[in-house]
Design a protein. Structure first.
Length: 359
């Protein structure tokens, strides 16, 4: 004990040896067992002793070990977050929302990048489940139904984000994607565009299918024929967006506007515009999905459909910790749909005659 005290004085508060439960017990003049029961609320302790222990904890700045508490309660105090592309600014903001909730609950996060690969998703879920993770937040791949089955059957706390699945009775937080696709297309039609191409991400993912359905629905409501050849399917990456934009404009030179259903493909479209000498919006109007920081400062500043990315992550974390802490029945799933909104900037304009570059 003398060595411990000398070490603390020598090293100073910043580098002092950690305070232990034994130190708290000594300061409060109670047993270690009593301190443990006060911290974990595992047995009745008199009000007088509780006050002494709490005072000692505050004076010594004692921090109970999450690992130790977890072992006693059968918890790891860790949640797992599986995202398809952590490099995507949208998912970065989602992760920040989750992290804020995790911080508030004194948990840690284990992250896994599935890269939209169902086999990788299955492997991550299996490995993390074996480690006893307390709960999962997942943006599922196209085979999420199959890969998540074991977690659902065992009642493991789970929240789905971004990819709404009406067939799964689990907590879900997602965007109003069909509305987003509708208002994007409606905006372009209001500017006089009728030949509107669309860059579509991974088929089979609910957000993408809903955005595409919004596009189709807006055209139907405006009595504009739907030309399936203007729908370019691609992987949700920059290079895929580049290739899809090139193919669209080479095969359909009279297209005057493009709706991109994914922010990475929007970057790909802008990259192609620059290489091909296409002026936006003079030659082609462009509207994207997701409002990243770069969208407002690019040239031109992008018109976009904005999602509530941070809110999505924050609400998902909220639902997960309510389940972990027993505040929400696991059999009563809640599904939260967040609004999408149109932000009009410089990349969309009134339809004009196709420029000489596109003849």
């Amino acid at each position: 004990e003398r060595l411990r005290n000398r070490s603390r004085k020598r090293l100073g508060s910043e580098f002092a040896m950690p305070v232990t439960i034994k130190d708290v017990a000594k300061r409060a003049d109670v047993s270690i067992t009593t301190v443990s029961h006060v911290i974990n609320k595992t047995r009745f302790v008199s009000e007088e002793l509780i006050k002494r222990v709490e005072a000692a904890i505050e004076e010594l700045h004692y921090q109970p070990s999450p690992l130790g508490r977890g072992l006693r309660k059968g918890q790891t105090y860790t949640i797992a977050v599986l995202l398809p592309d952590p490099g995507n600014p949208f998912f970065q903001m989602v992760a920040r929302g989750i992290e804020e909730q995790t911080y508030q609950h004194n948990f840690t996060i284990t992250s896994c990048n599935t890269d939209e690969d169902p086999e990788r998703e299955e492997s991550c879920l299996s490995l993390l489940h074996r480690r006893g993770i307390d709960g999962f937040i997942v943006a599922p791949t196209t085979k999420g139904n199959e890969n998540l089955r074991s977690l659902i059957e065992e009642g493991i706390p789970l929240v789905l984000i971004d990819r709404y699945n009406p067939r799964l009775a689990v907590n879900q937080v997602y965007s109003a994607n069909r509305k987003g696709g509708y208002i994007a297309t409606e905006h372009l039609v209001s500017l006089g565009h009728e030949r509107i191409g669309v860059l579509v991400g991974i088929r089979g993912l609910k957000p993408i299918e809903d955005r595409l359905e919004g596009y189709r629905s807006a055209l139907r409501d405006k009595a504009i024929d739907i030309d399936e050849s203007l729908i370019m399917s691609a992987y949700s990456k920059i290079e895929e967006g580049f290739s899809a934009t090139r193919q669209l404009l080479e095969e359909h030179p009279k297209v005057s506007a493009i709706f991109s259903t994914n922010n990475m493909m929007t970057l790909g479209a802008l990259k192609y515009f620059k290489q091909a000498g296409i002026h936006c919006p003079q030659d082609v109007s462009l509207i994207g999905f997701d409002d990243s920081e770069w969208a407002g400062i690019s040239t031109p500043a992008l018109t976009v459909v904005a999602q509530q990315a941070y809110e999505m992550g924050y609400r998902a974390g909220e639902l997960l910790f309510e389940t972990i802490n027993g505040q929400r029945e696991r059999k009563r799933a809640r599904k939260i749909k967040l609004e999408t909104n149109l932000i009009i900037r410089e990349s969309t304009a009134t339809s004009t005659r196709i420029s000489r570059l596109r003849r």
